[in-house]
Every structure is written in structure tokens, then in C-alpha cells.
Design a protein. Structure first.
Length: 473
């Protein structure tokens, strides 16, 4: 077949492509291609090519590390060798797999030569620092590092070893944070460093237990208990030592020592989505429906287990027997809910206890319309705060206002006696003294009746916490 040059003699091809066309032996072409894949520091074929995001240029990974090591001791803060003057991160980007594959296919001999040279250099020079540390090894400060009389680096701060210092005693470390805000490296003794904790945790961080933890085959730490990380368990790669604030047996970790846990059994203590916390007591703010079935009634108590995603929480609800339409027996239901579907649990006021029958004395408005007309009766499901309670209201008799679950101020409610209207099944309707009323909870699959106040769902005096592998419900 005709050559590329014969088909398009005027085509403007790159120099390395023209060399491939013109030279049959391939030696000259390989030299030209090697220039394309050359490192801008050593001017040789790139070994472990790494592309910098600041300028888009690629270099040998080893050359970049030597550049960083030299710049730290001469200029203080390493800058991009490509000429853009951007700060060069000591944690380099991942190797470019695309460039690596291209070099292996196009320049196999040159790449083999570079790899052999790298092995010889490593055998001669090595990369072992004082204290048996390695260059560019991840470390953490195992104590507070003091600069004169000031705190320079806080205990537990992670960093990366750059290399040996010239005094023969210290190693140069780039810590992620310095208390004075400087980005310069610090020369420290190897004894002041330790391997980083598993899971990215730091010494002194406050964490929360993700599960009920067993100590000597007995429940020792409940889900959600807060503690402080004090170290790692010897050379075990995945275990932390945590001082928990409380234990089930009444002991304290401060007197009995820290507890060994897997780093997967704890989580950084922080507000979850919606401002909730692990093991926080909550109640459903509305009926939770899966398909056409109500699986959790409004006001049902539960506990937050974990953060399922950026928008949902995993909550285990304590559904009593009366609230379970499907089987008629109590169960613990674990669901992934939106923050708007739950609210913090709070005990209702003493004069309006859980299950108490109440009546609203004023119209309750929402969005310029009456949500609950005055005189509507309901049942207290739980507390919201000192001034509000969560109430399940009946539908209005004219049908214009449906069942509603609202947080209502105590000041607009009045407690009603048991001498109220009988259930709709009572012949003749109307009212009958001394007969308790049954309220029908709204449901797309039919309501469940509860007599007030004794048979309404009540929260247990002590939370029952279970570990559940959550699905997508």
C-alpha cells in the first residue's frame, strides 16, 4: 500500500511522526519520540510519569521528589519546576497510567534502561532516613512540638518525611498544620514521630461508638458513647485505643484504661446531616410510607444509627405491637430517612403526658389556611421542647381539614377528660359519659385504633439499640 507521505505529501505532521515515516530502522524515530516523553528536569525518558495539575506538565516522580527535597532546604517552599511558580504539594498526584502505558509501548528499550538505572541508584544511595524512616513516608507527631516557648505543632498532626537534616540527628518533616500558620517544614527528632493512626484519625480526637461494643463477652460501651483517641494498639494495623466517657458497667475508662476498638467501630464525633448525632433519640415527624403501606407511625420513637448518605440518616424505630399493621407484633424497623421526616425526642410536659387527650382552643393556620380548626381534638405523641408538644389531630367533621401531625404550643391546648365522644362504631353516635374514645391514625392502608391513654405507643425507659445493615428503603 502507498505510504503516508505518498498519500499526503503536503500534510503537516509532527516531527516525531515524520521521523516514523521517513526512517525504516526506527532508531532515529525512537530518539524523536523519546524527546516527546522526556522529563523536563532530567531530560530523559520519564520514569513513573506524574502530571502536575498547576501547569499540566509531566515529570519523573523521582525527579519531582528530589526537586522538593532540594527546594525545601534552599527556598523553604517548593515551587513548580514547570515555570508556573505555583506551590508544589509534597503529596504528589497519582502516576499517569496513560503516559506510562504509552512509554511502555513506544519506548520499551529506553524504559528498561531507566528502570535499571533507578535500581542501581537505589542500591547505592537508598532512601532510609534517621530512625529507620523512609523519604516521603506518612507520619504523625506523637507529642506537642514546641518552638522555643510556643506550641508549634500539635500532637497527632499528620505530616510527611522529606528527608534527613544536615546535622545528622533530625529529619525534615512537612506537617499538614502548624499553629503559627506557616507552611515551612520542621526539623524534628525521629522519636517525636509515629506512624499515622488507621482510618485517618488523630490523637486527641473525639469519636463516637458506631455499635454496641463488647468487653470480655459482655456489653461494655453503648452505641453513641463519646470517647477520646489516645493511641493505637501496638503494631496492630487497624485498632485504636479510646478512652470512653462512660461504660455500661459503671466503670470509667480513665480508671480502667482505654478500650481497644477497630477504626471501623468509631466515627468522628460531629453533627450528622440535619444536625443530629449518633444514638440521638428521635421521633418520626410524619407517617413513613414504603409503597402503599405505613411502616412507621408519626410520633414513633427511634435512635439515629448512622449517616446513610449526604441527605439521609439511618434510624431504628421502636414500633410497638399496636402500631404494626402487618403482623400485629412489635418490631424494630430500620429505615433511611430525610432529616425533615424526624425530629428530636423530648419528654412532654408533666401536665400533658404522652397519650393525653387534648383540644386546641384556637384555629391553627398554615400558608394562609386553617390547618386545624378550634375545638379539634388530638393525642399528645411526644414533646418538642419546653413550650411545644407533638400532637396527632383528628380530621374535621366537615372533611375540609384532614388528619394532621403538628408541633403545637402548650398555651393553645387544653386537656380534655375521658368523657368524650364514643368511637364511630357506637350506635347512635353522639356522646356517652365514661366511655374512652378510640382515635384512628391516618393511613393509606387503613388505620389502627388505639384507646387513650393506656394503649398508645410509649417510649421505653431505656433505648434498645441494634446493629442493622441498612438497605435502600
Amino acid at each position: 500500500p502507498p505510504s503516508i507521505a505518498a498519500l499526503s505529501p503536503q500534510a503537516s505532521l509532527p516531527a516525531w511522526a515524520m521521523a516514523l515515516v521517513a526512517d525504516d530502522s526506527g532508531e532515529a524515530a525512537e530518539e524523536v519520540v523519546a524527546e516527546v516523553f522526556a522529563c523536563r528536569i532530567c531530560d530523559d525518558v520519564m520514569l513513573d510519569p506524574t502530571t502536575l495539575p498547576c501547569c499540566g506538565k509531566s515529570f519523573c516522580r523521582g525527579c519531582l521528589r528530589r526537586w522538593i527535597r532540594t527546594s525545601v532546604h534552599t527556598a523553604g517552599i517548593p515551587r513548580c519546576p514547570g515555570g508556573c511558580t505555583a506551590k508544589l504539594p509534597v503529596r504528589l498526584p497519582a502516576r499517569s497510567q496513560t503516559l506510562r502505558d504509552a512509554i511502555e509501548q513506544l519506548l520499551p528499550r529506553a524504559l528498561a534502561r531507566r528502570q535499571e538505572e533507578a535500581r542501581e541508584d537505589e542500591a547505592v544511595d537508598g532512601e532510609v532516613c534517621y530512625g529507620s524512616l523512609q523519604e516521603f513516608q506518612e507520619v504523625a507527631a506523637n507529642r506537642d512540638i514546641i518552638f522555643g516557648s510556643r506550641l508549634g505543632v500539635r500532637q497527632g498532626t499528620p505530616g510527611i518525611v522529606i528527608g534527613n537534616f544536615s546535622d545528622g540527628l533530625h529529619v525534615t518533616v512537612r506537617f499538614d498544620e502548624r499553629e503559627d500558620g506557616s507552611e515551612l517544614c520542621v526539623n524534628v527528632l525521629p522519636e517525636a514521630l509515629m506512624a499515622p493512626l488507621p482510618g485517618g484519625f488523630r490523637l486527641g480526637q473525639r469519636v463516637a461508638a458506631l455499635y454496641d461494643l463488647l468487653l470480655n463477652d459482655e456489653l461494655g460501651v453503648r452505641l453513641g458513647t463519646i470517647g477520646t483517641i489516645v493511641g493505637r494498639l501496638g503494631d496492630v494495623p487497624d485498632r485504636l485505643l479510646v478512652l470512653f466517657d462512660a461504660r455500661v458497667d459503671g466503670r470509667t475508662s480513665y480508671s480502667d484504661g482505654p478500650v481497644s476498638v477497630s477504626f471501623r467501630e468509631v466515627q468522628l464525633h460531629r453533627p450528622l446531616v440535619g444536625g443530629f448525632f449518633i444514638a440521638q433519640r428521635v421521633q418520626s415527624a410524619m407517617d413513613l410510607i414504603v409503597g402503599d403501606r405505613v411502616v412507621v407511625r408519626a410520633g414513633t420513637c427511634g435512635s439515629v444509627l448512622a449517616e446513610f448518605s449526604d441527605t439521609r440518616l439511618t434510624v431504628v424505630f421502636e414500633c410497638p405491637a399496636d402500631a404494626n399493621d402487618a403482623s400485629g407484633s412489635g418490631h424494630n424497623g430500620c429505615f433511611n430517612v430525610l432529616p425533615m421526616e424526624i425530629r428530636p425526642w423530648c419528654e412532654p410536659p408533666a401536665d400533658l403526658p404522652l397519650g393525653c387527650s387534648v383540644e386546641v382552643v384556637v384555629d391553627l393556620f398554615g400558608a394562609s389556611m386553617v390547618l386545624v380548626p378550634a375545638g379539634t381534638r388530638g393525642v399528645v405523641l411526644g414533646g418538642v421542647d419546653e413550650a411545644q408538644v407533638f400532637v396527632a389531630f383528628e380530621a374535621s367533621e366537615d372533611g375540609r381539614c384532614p388528619h394532621a401531625f403538628l408541633a403545637v404550643y402548650v398555651s393553645v391546648l387544653q386537656k380534655v377528660s375521658s368523657e368524650v365522644d364514643v368511637d364511630s362504631s357506637h350506635s347512635g353516635g353522639g356522646s356517652a359519659p365514661g366511655v374512652q374514645r378510640s382515635y384512628t391514625w391516618p393511613s393509606t392502608a387503613g388505620g389502627k385504633r388505639f384507646k387513650t391513654p393506656g394503649q398508645l405507643p410509649r417510649p421505653p425507659t431505656e433505648a434498645t439499640l441494634v446493629v442493622v445493615v441498612a438497605g435502600n428503603d
